[in-house]
Design a binder for this molecule. Structure first.
Ligand code: HEM
Length: 440
């Protein structure tokens, strides 16, 4: 376990353990009981059927608290339900019609892609794309990291946020040791990131509500409901955490795979070119069948969120994995943890076939995985509220890049995916490619 933390290969090592001990096993690390599972029946219980007994607050509020405070990510019960309800209108309004703001960011990204055969690591550019886009929709102003004139303080904020997020990731893996408590840089980074966001809260609070489209901006929406500065800041930071790199990681992983599967690139490009020169919309790109297979397959093998944890809020049970045969229910005592692995679930041969470890998007033409066996966005009441937005933006960016470039070459000497766990799981080696432009 310590090695997996040190090497940041948490998904892989948890899968190795689940393969070795069975799809549900219990560990006792210095008195801390944790049950690990990649069993659909158990996932259904934890995320939906017995949702109220499996919370996050006892674990997340301590771990994420210094950066996020209280909000949708860190609380349970009535407090969580209140946060989730606050977010709902924003997510349904942005789901998903107007792609004009996103188009500006994608154009800036495409302008920065080299056309001279040189190598580019797409990871960094996708990170900026996700930050530019999510900051606009959350704070009301884009960080504009892809532009020649980024917003003042944006680079420093990005740096601070990254440091704080890595610290939070460590606290999540080793909460008992809490190794970062004495790292003053961690606390300073959290404080600086929070302060940066406060300027947008102040702007939102001093605004006079006007345009209909304002409601699609989370800061403006929240400022109409409450005047509590800290509360708004915390809610913004709570959504910024899952929002700011989700599409960056997904896009990087898609291009990581495309660079290693030229046949998939060609088929995908054929489908995209059939769109012709008509104006792109989120609806049109989401309707591209093979593109959706490519995204689904990427999320299957490389789920952006590889595993999530819950803590039992009361004594309860999960339905299977216990007893001598491994089929009896298991007692989970109040305070014990369960950790679910989407990464291991999505690679189970009994669910996805003997070639489960292979990247093969066309499998989705016939594949209809049983309920609770494919969960890249989680499930139940806490299912990702940003999934439609995430898929729409990812699809849109892929279409625009494949319209502009006719080919891709892998330029990474390491062929296999090496994970870097930081709450989300990114590619340690990025996505180093050469893109071949369309001949004019
Ligand atoms: C496109 C890639 C994305 C993936 C794969 C993804 C995945 C997930 C997963 C697995 C969860 C559940 C975590 C849990 O059960 O504890 C989650 C929660 C969440 N996601 Fe996403 N997400 C994505 C995009 C987004 C975007 C773009 C946003 C916001 C704009 C967002 C906002 C959230 C929020 C606020 C939660 C917490 C929900 C709650 O606890 O009630 N996500 N996401």
């Amino acid at each position: 376990m310590l090695r997996s933390v040190k090497e940041n290969r948490r998904n892989l090592s948890l899968k190795e353990q689940l393969d070795l001990y069975g799809y549900t096993f219990q560990s006792n690390l210095f008195g801390k009981i944790e049950v690990f599972t990649a069993e659909p029946q158990n996932l259904r219980t934890i995320f939906a059927a017995d949702f109220k007994n499996f919370g996050v607050e006892p674990m997340r509020l301590f771990v994420f608290g210094p950066l996020l405070g209280e909000g949708v990510m860190t609380t349970d019960g009535a407090s969580w339900a209140h946060s989730r309800a606050l977010l709902q209108p924003v997510f349904s309004r942005t789901q998903i019609t107007d792609c004009s703001a996103f188009e500006i960011h994608v154009t800036r990204l495409i302008d920065q892609l080299p056309r001279d055969g040189s190598t580019v690591d797409l990871q960094l550019l996708f990170a900026k794309l996700a930050l530019d886009s999510s900051s606009e929709f959350l704070f009301g102003e884009s960080l504009k990291l892809l532009s020649a004139t980024p917003t003042s303080g944006a680079q420093t904020f990005w740096h601070n946020y990254g440091y704080a997020q890595r610290g939070v990731g460590r606290r999540l893996q080793l909460p008992r040791w809490n190794v970062f408590t004495r790292d003053t840089k961690f606390w300073d980074s959290c404080a600086a990131a929070r302060k940066f966001v406060e300027q947008y809260v102040d702007k939102a609070l001093s605004r006079h509500p006007e345009k209909e489209s304002d409601r699609a901006i989370l800061a403006y929406g929240l400022s109409k409901i409450t005047k509590d500065r800290n509360k708004i800041r915390n809610q913004l930071l709570n959504v910024f955490l899952p929002a700011h790199d989700a599409i960056a990681v997904l896009l990087t992983n898609v291009f990581f795979n495309l660079a290693r599967h030229p046949d998939v690139w060609s088929r995908l490009r054929e489908e995209i070119l059939e769109l012709g020169h008509d104006e792109l919309t989120f609806e049109r790109v989401k309707a591209l069948t093979f593109l959706q297979y490519v995204i689904k397959e990427t999320l299957r093998l490389f789920p952006t969120v590889g595993s999530v944890g819950r803590v039992a809020l009361r004594d309860t049970t999960i339905p299977t994995g216990g007893g001598e045969l491994g089929t009896s229910s298991i007692l989970i005592r109040k305070g014990d943890s369960v950790r679910t692995s989407f990464y291991a679930l999505h690679r189970r041969k009994d669910l996805y076939g003997e070639n489960a470890e292979l990247f093969d998007p066309k499998r989705w033409a016939k594949l209809d995985p049983p309920r609770w066996s494919y969960l890249p966005f989680g499930g139940g009441p806490r299912v990702c509220p940003g999934q439609h937005l995430g898929i729409a933006e990812t699809s849109y960016a892929i279409v625009r890049i494949l319209q502009t470039f006719q080919g891709i070459e892998n330029r990474d000497p390491v062929n296999e995916f090496v994970e870097n766990y930081k709450i989300t799981t990114e590619s340690k080696n990025g996505a180093k490619v050469c893109l071949i432009p369309v001949e004019e």
